[in-house]
Design a protein. Structure first.
Length: 230
């Protein structure tokens, strides 16, 4: 699927409006945005922001620029799922997992607007996007795929309200049956913050605790985070 950068995302249904970034294809090539080449720091920032995939079962992408090979050999030239970047500029950017490949192999240049959104210092402030995701996560009547995606994306907010929503979600049996592992990973990603001190996890469902264990195995300060770790 190919979209011009910074156009409204419409590949799949998602509870928040998003802008596309890095959806390259044969029609528009690497989409020269006029931005300068990516520096090593830009690359580190993007890689750090691209640790956790969402929308995993929904779409498979492969590189239009590399020669076609057998599916099992595709490796980094194809991928399943998306990264969501929650900018401090209030925008949410959706990229295919292939974005790192496009940067590293095809000299794709992330638009400056997105680089700036990713590097603005400070924590992401709790905002309307966070409110919406927390509301979707906890709404039994909401679309179950939305709820599962909300469980993944809420961990972008290092905020006690995100943790409280995830902890409450951990006891929703229907949600946990499909997204328990992701709920656990998100809780695990928030456990190192002061607001999480004293949080008891022993009474959480097993699948959630397994997710927590997995998150703790790959802390955010890991020097060599694999892109698309989860
Ligand atoms: Zn390629």
């Amino acid at each position: 699927m190919e979209y011009l950068d910074l156009t409204p995302y419409k590949y799949f249904s998602f509870p928040l409006p998003m802008l596309t970034v890095g959806w390259l294809g044969a029609g528009h090539g690497a989409q020269d945005s006029g931005a300068p080449p990516m520096t090593a720091a830009d690359l580190r920032t993007l890689r750090a922001a691209s640790r956790r995939r969402g929308m995993i079962t929904l779409g498979w992408h492969s590189c239009d620029f590399c020669p076609r090979v057998e599916d099992w050999l595709e490796g980094s030239r194809s991928g399943n799922g998306e990264y969501h970047y929650y900018g401090r500029d209030g925008n949410t950017y959706a990229a295919p997992v292939m974005i790192m490949h496009y940067v590293e192999v095809h000299a794709y240049r992330l638009p400056l607007q997105v680089r700036q959104a990713l590097t603005t210092p400070g924590e992401l402030p709790w905002d309307g996007r966070a409110e919406r995701l927390a509301e979707v996560l906890l709404a039994p009547s909401a679309d179950m795929e939305w709820r599962a995606e909300a469980a993944i994306d809420l961990a972008h907010w290092h905020d006690p309200r995100a943790l409280a929503a995830l902890r409450q979600a951990a006891y929703d049996e229907e949600l946990i049956s499909i997204a328990g592992h992701d709920v656990g990973i998100s809780i695990g990603m928030l456990l190192s913050f002061d607001f999480a001190s004293g949080l008891r996890t022993e009474d959480l469902p097993l699948v959630v605790r397994e997710g927590i264990t997995e998150a703790l195995r790959h802390p955010a300060q890991d020097e060599h985070p694999a892109a698309g770790l989860w």
